[in-house]
Design a protein around this ligand. Sequence first.
Ligand SMILES: [Cu+2]
Length: 122
Amino acid sequence: MSTRMLAALVMTFIATAAMAHSTLKSTVPPSDSVLSASPPEVVINFNEPARLVSVIVARAGAPERKLQFTPVAESTTFNVAAPALENGRNEIKWRALSKDGHPISGTIVIVVKPAAATPKSP
Ligand SMILES: [Cu+2]
């Protein structure tokens, strides 16, 4: 193999790697969590810097609500402070711009289920 061919192959490999989407690495709490109360914050982690565009919470029978997040800049970690999730199933829908400029999105499902109240004695 000539040096030129090898260089071309390496360049192709680099270009392919650079074009991959950023992906969601993890969230805290993770999706499908069942919690006894709304979490103090939701943390969204990406595998490489991305730009979070919007975060909304959707519940059946309720209007969608926008959540504030930080930072409003490229980052691998975003914090959604005080999401104030209500009892029941909450779908936290996030949209972001991948490092390669492609839109990416996902949903974190968090169920808030308060512990059953202790029956009161008469
Ligand atoms: Cu992409």
